[in-house]
Design a protein around this ligand. Structure first.
Ligand SMILES: [Zn+2]
Length: 311
């Protein structure tokens, strides 16, 4: 068991702030690599199962109609391209400059400080390094320290830190790619249901389960109505799973105020981007960043937000 003094120091605002810097540095890697790894896995699947495998063809098109030979040729071509890609996962290889391939030495990889010391440029080729990297590290540190202040020195605070890290990661990946990976949304639901069962979230298991269902169902309903009225898909399944996670964590009671905040801010930003920046109206606007905002605000200000909306 951890020494109580050490545990208290780790769970203090400065302790979790430092942990947040390190976690934020890893989140930058996840945001950068996870979408590419997903695309790679999808292509791998289509090569192994859809394109080249007659067993994938027969159930739909029938045995009497063999798969066209072009499919096997395409599968071979894609497999050859996949073979050429360098091996990559979330941990390996280490961080490198996307422009010149310079491998970062340990002192070039310290959260925030390295970016400042290098004046925001690669040490080898002087290409600017996006300010978003230190900003993500500082945001994660701020969120973790705020969780320490809000929830106190309790192991459950670590659960909330994991939740905040997941929400921030989803917001950034959805913003970049309009993808919300199952690998992030499903753990959020798991943390909500598990946390409720362990008594760590202050939500009863029934309210957590109802929150997961209501979170998924409410956005499904919004998407369904929108499809009837406007004939377009407004809501992706990733949004529904993400909101199910928020419902599981905070209970169904927190969902209306979280959704109103997300939709309100999303509408204001969306209208500003269409009128101010001339953004194409038909271009999809990712909803994940606004759901993350609604979720994070509900974690810290839930009762106050519900009081504003519902009196
Ligand atoms: Zn470089």
């Amino acid at each position: 068991m951890l020494d109580p003094g050490l545990a208290a120091a780790l769970l203090s605002p400065p302790g979790l702030g430092v942990l947040g810097l390190l976690v934020g540095s890893f989140l930058n890697v996840v945001v950068h690599r996870l979408p590419a790894l997903m695309w790679r896995a999808w292509w791998q699947d289509s090569v192994e199962f859809q394109l080249a495998d007659p067993l994938a063809w027969q159930p739909l098109f029938g045995q009497h109609k063999p798969p066209p030979p072009q499919l096997a040729a395409a599968a071979q071509a894609v497999a050859a391209e996949l073979e050429k890609l360098p091996h990559e996962d979330l941990l390996r290889p280490g961080s490198r400059c996307p422009k010149c391939g310079h491998v970062l030495r340990w002192w070039e990889n310290i959260p925030v400080l390295s970016w400042l010391a290098l004046r925001g440029r690669c040490s080898a080729c002087k290409t600017p390094i996006a300010w978003r990297y230190p900003a993500v590290e500082l945001t994660t540190a701020g969120l973790f320290a705020a969780a320490a202040l809000h929830f106190g020195p309790h192991p459950a605070t670590l659960l909330w830190c994991a939740v905040l890290a997941l929400l921030l990661t989803m917001a950034l990946i959805d913003f970049d790619t309009t993808l919300l990976p199952d690998g992030l949304t499903l753990p959020l639901i798991g943390l909500g249901l598990g946390g409720a069962l362990a008594g760590w979230t202050g939500v009863s298991p029934t309210a957590a389960a109802a929150g997961a269902l209501a979170g998924y169902g409410s956005l499904w309903l919004v998407g369904f109505v929108w499809r009837l009225v406007r004939k377009v898909n407004a809501m992706a399944e990733g949004d529904m799973k993400m909101f199910a996670g928020i419902g599981a964590l905070l209970g169904w009671q927190a969902l209306p105020s979280a959704l109103m905040l997300a939709a309100g801010v999303g509408a204001v930003v969306g209208i500003a981007m269409i009128t101010g920046l001339g953004r194409d109206r038909s271009q999809p606007i990712p909803f994940g960043p606004y759901l993350a905002l609604g979720g994070i605000c509900s974690i810290f200000f839930g009762p106050a937000m519900q009081a504003i909306w519902f009196g």
